[in-house]
Design a protein around this ligand. Structure first.
Ligand code: PGA
Length: 254
């Protein structure tokens, strides 16, 4: 059984001074859903406040990026060792906004994901096609390339620390959600590709989240699908009540 995992991706929203209140409200609103892994991935500067507010609750904290080098002249980056030291346990890698605006490639996604896993963090590796790629009939090719390169040299033994987030780029922040059937079709492809990379038995244990305009109103039907094991939530993770609504749906779908 794969435990459902609902992670918030706060992106460049929420100030350090606003963080404790949001984390505490999320912890309070989701206490009654013990079968769901709840995570808040925050801007790095919010992490100390988030970790302090989450202490003693079921809420885990993560960052939105990490570098693959342990230290050095990489202005603006944060290392996995720093993330571990801060008390965060998760890191999002390869989000489409990083790919689109900050030059992230499948190769750097791979370096970051491997560094995160080696440091003992859970890496939430994001993949997904643009609308243009989907309409050109390139969906399968794009997903397979992102996985072949992005997950290169990640072994079956590493997969306990791996979560994959399928986020169709055209559904992020647009209000357009993939239909449950569209999402399930890609999740099944992802699991089959994973089976080829790490073996069928391990592939069955890896959680695959859906992301892209997930909200309380559409979460239940997405999470009811066989290969949808959670969500990576942007906009709806910024308010405790909407985030809790998705977690409630995940608890019901367990
Ligand atoms: P959204 O973002 O829920 O606001 O569409 C999801 C994401 O980018 O992770």
């Amino acid at each position: 059984m794969r435990k459902k995992i609902i992670a918030g991706n706060w992106k460049m929203n929420v100030k350090p001074s606003e963080t404790a209140a949001l984390v505490k409200a999320i912890a309070e609103a989701t206490r009654q859903y013990p079968d769901v892994e709840v995570v808040c991935c925050t801007p790095a500067i919010d992490v100390p406040a988030a970790v302090a507010a989450a202490a003693g609750t079921h809420v885990g904290v993560g960052t939105e990026n990490c570098h693959w080098k342990e230290s050095g002249a990489y202005t603006g980056e944060i290392s996995t060792g720093m993330i571990v030291d801060s008390g965060a346990k998760y890191v999002i890698v390869g989000h489409s906004e990083r790919r689109q605006y900050f030059g992230e490639t499948d190769e750097t996604v791979n370096l970051r994901a491997r560094a995160a896993i080696a440091a003992g963090l859970t890496a939430i590796v994001c993949i997904g096609e643009t609308l243009e790629e989907r309409e050109a009939g390139r969906l399968n090719e794009v997903i397979e390339r992102q996985m072949n390169v992005g997950l290169k040299d990640i072994a079956a033994a590493d997969c306990a620390k791996l979560v994959i987030a399928y986020e169709p780029v055209w559904a992020i922040g647009t209000g357009k959600t993939a239909t449950p059937d569209q999402a399930q079709e890609v999740h099944a492809l992802i699991r089959a590709t994973l089976a080829r990379l790490v073996g069928a038995e391990t592939a069955e244990t890896v959680r695959i989240q859906y992301g892209g305009s997930m909200k309380p109103g559409n979460a239940a039907e997405l999470l009811a699908k066989k290969d949808i094991d959670g969500g990576l939530i942007g906009g709806a993770a910024l308010k405790a009540d909407s985030f809790a609504g998705i977690i409630e749906a995940a608890q019901a779908a367990k």
